[in-house]
Design a protein. Sequence first.
Length: 392
Amino acid sequence: MPELDMVRGIAILMVVLFHGFEDFAPTGPSAPGWERLFLSTVGLGWAGVNVFFVLSGFLITGILLDSVDNPRYYSRFYSRRALRILPAYYLLIAVILMVGRISFVTRRISWAFAGLSFVYLSNITPLLGVSRDYAPLWSLAVEEHFYLLWPAAVRRLRSGVATLAALVCLCEPFLRAICAARGGLWWGPYTWLSADGLALGALLAVFARSGWSSRRNLLLLAVWAGLFAIVMLAASVRIPRFMSISLRATCVSYGSFSLVAAVLWLGTGEYRRFVNVPILSFYGFISYGLYLIHALLFSLYNDVASAFVPSFRVEQSFVKCLVRLVVVLAIATGTAYLSRTTYEEYFLRMKDKLGGKRERAQPAQPVAPVLSSQDVRDNLVPTSRGEIARSE
């Protein structure tokens, strides 16, 4: 499914743009209208994290459904996830610990935060009285909790996993509303307030392996989810604030679901060229490393500029902020690519040794149809004009 690399590319660039202008404010009312519009647009880039959540829910649930009767179901899944995620993650923690000890660097992480991050608890540090010293790690903690809990749910519930995912989607808006009403943190970084994106992705994976799966129905899902997000956004205008906050958060999750579903629809039909954009696919390829490193590089740029090149300090200059974005994106892109093709690739090659290509899954006999990744594409790709290939 190469079109999904483009989704990753869009999501990571949204996040990078958001952090690139997060600490910048226009110079009063005299700022040009186009500048304000640009800043308002990139200010929504944080929603890229929700796109990642939906994508992870879709891909991980698909992997689990496809191997549900494999005798090495748990060991195979966790070993492969560990090889993909942990090496780069732990290297980043070591790097930010060391960099924080340089005299002119202002971004420092405490040993308490590093220790909690080591066991993927960086998203609950506010509850423990520990400052969140490196914000991007919160979403990785949410995803890791999903990896820990979801395999057992899929193995035990099988076809019932769709019901569980639907319940999560129903409960999350109420949980966020309750939290907002009490004056608490209403959305993220807590796992129990950010799970509906993952659950929506899981529902998409179940749909793709069901008897309802077709390109027509996939397009309907994308359209209805998008309309639902728009209606919720409109409804959030004239209701109490705590409910409005919850609805807008939910709107982002359904909007992200609509995007992923729409890209899948395009990628499995005659318009696939529109969702196979090389530059975006490239950024999807390096998205994990880029997500890990970009915030550190933005911070280092500020420190180096302040200590050695004051003329490059951003302050209230839009042009200088744009220069910082270009410089950091270039360095981060090169670093992430080097990491992906050398360091991360070294561990990824170990996947085959731990039961990858040489291992065949046992024939699955779940209650509902379970298809391989290729079958998912076959379900959605038309064999000729007007004809839809359906696997029953």
